[in-house]
Design a binder for this molecule. Sequence first.
Ligand code: GLP
Length: 263
Amino acid sequence: MRVIIVENAAQVANAAAEHIAQVVRSCAAADRAAVLGVATGSSPIGTYNALAEIARAEQLDLSEVRAFALDEYVGLDREHPESYHAVIHRTVTEPLGLNPAHVHVPDGLAADLYEACQSYETAITNAGGVDLQLLGIGANGHIGFNEPTSSLASRTRPKTLAPQTRVDNARFFDSLDQVPVHCVTQGIGTILDARKALLVAQGESKAEAVAAMIEGPLSSMCPASALQLHPDATVIIDREAAAMLTLRDYYEHIELHQPHGSK
Ligand code: GLP
């Protein structure tokens, strides 16, 4: 896992956006559209905005990019402002100028959620797999909505949200009882299938989860620790999110002395 520690949230956004832009450029050079895995939450918002800036400055065409969101609440109308359909449209599709027909979000309204989740997996496969999966991390170490003790081999499926996650996300709703109890989420196995994984985190509230993710142990108690199994995972964090890392100095040393040929 590559760990990049920067000064502040703005630098996290810029560095992450540059990573994504590189994937889009290299896919374009290979004459194909990039397939991006996109995340909701506050953590990646700056990254999307910085990527929109890069696209504007470089005239990087994102209209052919395919996108697959990680998760969705069960039972929220798509028009509900906090449905992840609506959030992804507002924070990703519009600012980046993606074609809405190319942006996919799991279906939390399907009569048969299990069947819908299976179709979502098939859609990702049919798109050729995800080139880069962007991730945030929950304070309890969740990625997507894979709560602690999720199977590290899990695929897209319905889940029950952890009470703490509902409390954390209640800020987006009028009250806690409006936060859905269930969700559908890509599994940890699904996320690990992406060719690259890129996780961003900012602020001291993420420091404990970040340390558990990077320095282990590998455990379903910290779902993000599964990224230790990924051959091309990058974590970009600010100083506050890095505060509880034991080997912080080493990660900074590595960035100054990259081994030859490393990514
Ligand atoms: C949400 C999302 C995750 C996100 C996480 C952290 O519940 N399902 O994909 O990474 O919680 O959110 P934030 O970035 O707002 O802290």
